[in-house]
Design a binder for this molecule. Structure first.
Ligand SMILES: Nc1ncnc2c1ncn2[C@@H]1O[C@H](COP(=O)(O)OP(=O)(O)O)[C@@H](O)[C@H]1O
Ligand SMILES: [Mg+2]
Length: 309
C-alpha cells in the first residue's frame, strides 16, 4: 500500500478565506493516512514554495476556496506532473463559478433555481417581480456563505446587491427555494446517502456552517426512496456534466411541493471527521479512514497515466 502511493503531500491551509477550515480538514486527512501506514506529510502552500512538492509522488488536496479549489493548484500540479485528488483544472474552475455551473446544468436539463445576473444598472424592481420573495443575492464566485444575503422585504434587493458587491465582482440573485436544504456526497462514481441540513438560523450562513453547534444534520435524509434515488442520479449527472472527478459534493434545495433544484457543486468539500461527506460515507458503511484512502486512490488523468507506466 505505502509503496503504491509513495510519499504523499496533504495540501492544507493556503491563502483563501477558508484557510482555517482547510487546516482542520488537512489535519484530519493527514492523521487518517498516517494511521493506515501511508507516508503522508502536511504541506501548507502559504508557507512553502510549490517547488518543494517535487519530492512527493502524490498530492491530497485538502484546500478549500480560492487557488486550492478553482483550478489554479490543479494546473500547477498538472505542469509538475504530480497526480492529485479530485477534479481537474476545468471542473474545479467551473465548480467555483455558480453562474457557469448553472448554464451547464440547464443545458443538460437539470432543475436549478430561477436567477438573474445583477449590475448597478439592473432594474431591481423588475428582478424582484420576476423572482419573488424571499430572494438570495450572492457573488457568483465565492464560498462558505460569505457575501450571501437573503432579501425578505420588497425594495431591499438593491441594498443587498450593494452589500454582496463588496465580496465579489459578479453578483447574482436567485429565487428563494425554502422547503429544505440537502447535499449529496460523491466518491468515485457513487452517490452517497443524502444529508439534510437544518440550520437554526434563517439559512445556512457562515455562522451555521462553522460557528454554531445547533445546526442539525440528518443522514440518510427522510425522503421517499424513489425520490432519493432520482436525486442521487441527478447529483451524479450534475457532477459529470461539470467534468468533476474523484470526489465532491452537490448541494440541492427542495420547495414546498417537493420539487428539487440543484444549487452548487463543491469540488474540495470539508474533510473533518464531522464534515458532510464523511458523515454520509459513514452511513454507507465507509469509515473516515477508508474514505480518505478511497479519495487518495481515485485517479485523475495524470494518475492513470502514471499507473500505466
Ligand atoms: N436560491 C436559494 N434558496 C434558498 N436558500 C439559498 C439559496 N441560495 C443560497 N441559499 C442559502 O445560502 C447558503 C449559501 O449559499 P450558496 O449558494 O450555497 O453559497 P456558498 O458557496 O457560499 O455555500 C445556502 O447553503 C442556503 O442556505
Ligand atoms: Mg453552499
Amino acid at each position: 500500500m505505502e509503496q503504491h502511493f509513495g510519499k504523499v503531500a496533504v495540501l492544507m491551509g493556503g491563502i483563501s478565506s477558508e484557510r482555517e477550515v482547510s487546516l482542520n480538514s488537512g489535519k484530519a486527512v493527514l492523521a487518517a493516512l498516517q494511521a493506515q501506514g501511508i507516508d503522508a506529510h502536511a504541506f501548507d502552500p502559504a508557507h512553502e514554495s510549490l517547488d518543494a512538492l517535487k519530492a512527493f509522488q502524490r498530492v491530497f488536496i485538502a484546500l478549500h476556496g480560492g487557488y486550492g479549489e478553482n483550478g489554479a493548484i490543479q494546473g500547477a500540479l498538472e505542469i509538475m506532473g504530480i497526480p492529485y485528488t479530485g477534479s481537474g483544472v476545468m471542473a474545479s474552475a467551473i465548480g467555483m463559478d455558480k453562474f457557469r455551473t448553472k448554464l451547464i446544468w440547464q443545458a443538460v436539463g437539470l432543475p436549478v433555481p430561477e436567477y438573474a445576473m445583477l449590475d448597478a444598472a439592473s432594474d431591481f424592481d423588475a428582478v424582484e417581480r420576476r423572482l419573488g420573495l424571499p430572494m438570495f443575492v450572492k457573488p457568483a464566485c465565492d464560498g462558505s456563505s460569505v457575501g450571501v444575503f437573503m432579501v425578505t422585504k420588497p425594495g431591499e434587493l438593491k441594498s443587498a446587491y450593494e452589500s454582496a458587491r463588496r465580496y465579489g465582482e459578479v453578483i447574482m440573485a436567485e429565487e428563494g427555494i425554502t422547503g429544505g436544504e440537502y447535499t449529496v456526497g460523491i466518491v468515485g462514481d457513487k452517490a452517497l446517502p443524502i444529508v439534510k441540513i437544518e440550520p437554526a438560523t434563517a439559512f445556512y450562513d457562515y455562522e451555521a456552517k462553522y460557528l454554531r453547534d445547533d445546526t442539525r444534520y440528518i443522514c440518510p435524509a427522510e425522503l421517499p426512496p424513489e425520490k432519493a434515488a432520482e436525486i442521487q442520479a441527478g447529483a451524479k449527472k450534475a457532477f459529470d456534466a461539470l467534468g468533476c472527478a474523484g470526489w465532491g459534493r452537490v448541494d440541492f434545495l427542495m420547495d414546498a411541493a417537493g420539487r428539487h433544484y440543484f444549487l452548487e457543486a463543491n469540488t474540495a468539500p470539508g474533510m473533518t471527521s464531522h464534515s458532510l461527506v464523511p458523515m454520509a460515507a459513514k452511513v454507507s458503511g465507509l469509515s473516515f479512514e477508508k474514505l480518505v484512502l478511497n479519495v487518495l486512490s481515485f485517479t485523475n488523468s495524470l494518475t492513470k497515466q502514471q499507473d500505466r507506466e
